[in-house]
Ligand binder design. Structure first.
Ligand code: F6R
Length: 250
């Protein structure tokens, strides 16, 4: 069956404006539907957004009291005590600073003893919440074009699973670990299928190291070689880019 292909909305903004813009989108979503389900990423890209969400909560502009947040991924294996774990990142940058009900925050466990039962646990929890109202994504560095940790080779119908990380991902992310060899070689990630089930998707890309992946995903072939290209099968996607990330589109 041939799937329809859409042209994502592309918005190019200055770095500061970009975080303001996405903050407004999240704020409007929360206003429209306080029980919204979000899928959120970690990494360097959304840090500005999370600061704005925390500030917005402190100013009583927004509340997450009825909201659910699902995290896209987590390294595996990793201790939740490890400051480089996505569990620790989310607590430090968002979860501990807003009013979300802890039972409405879902993140894979890098500590799970049994991977199969962890994936089953996640599917049980997450499928009750899907489709997400709004998913926010980053894009992997250099030529990975990953979304979540769906690396090259991920198929359109992929679901929540354990994945091996690409060498470029390991290289880029090992900077967050005290000892580079501590960087896990695998992760648990939501699949392309669960991401595309979202009602709306926003991909944010900042910096030159994302320029190739943005061009490949928006203008190249839609295939497993560039998992972010699968977003063109979704009718409601915004690519929010800074000047550097959009450089090769011109
Ligand atoms: C992380 C995730 C990844 C990152 C991507 C970009 O939860 O899902 O896809 O969004 O690796 O990472 P940064 O923002 O650090 O460049």
């Amino acid at each position: 069956m041939k799937l329809p292909i859409y042209s994502p909305v592309i918005k190019i903004l200055k770095e500061g404006q970009l975080d303001d813009y996405i903050y407004l989108l999240v704020k409007n979503q929360l206003k429209k539907k306080p029980t919204s389900v979000f899928i959120f990423p970690t990494g360097a890209t959304p840090l500005g957004l999370y600061q704005k969400l925390v500030a917005g909560f402190q100013k009583k502009e927004i509340s997450f009291a009825k909201t659910s947040i699902i995290n896209l991924d987590e390294y595996y294996p990793i201790s939740r005590q490890n400051p480089a774990s996505y569990f620790a990142y989310m607590k430090q940058n968002l979860i501990d600073k807003i009013d979300i009900d802890p039972k409405n925050w879902i993140i894979p466990s890098g500590e799970a003893k049994n991977l199969r039962s962890e994936i089953k646990r996640l599917k049980n929890l997450i499928y009750k919440k899907l489709p997400a109202d709004l998913t926010i994504l980053g894009i992997g560095p250099q030529k990975t074009c990953h979304i979540g940790f769906n690396e090259k080779g991920s198929i359109l119908t992929s679901t929540i699973r354990y994945v091996s990380l690409a060498a470029q991902t390991i290289k880029a992310n090992s900077r967050y670990f005290k000892n580079k060899n501590q960087m896990p070689k695998g992760a648990i990630t939501l699949g392309i299928k669960e991401i595309l089930a979202s009602k709306k998707i926003i991909l944010i890309a900042k910096g030159q190291q994302k320029a190739w992946g943005i061009k490949r995903s928006l203008l190249g072939k839609i295939d497993s070689q560039a998992p972010a290209s699968f977003l063109r099968y979704h009718p409601q996607v915004i690519f929010l880019l800074d000047k550097k990330a959009s450089k090769l589109l011109r």
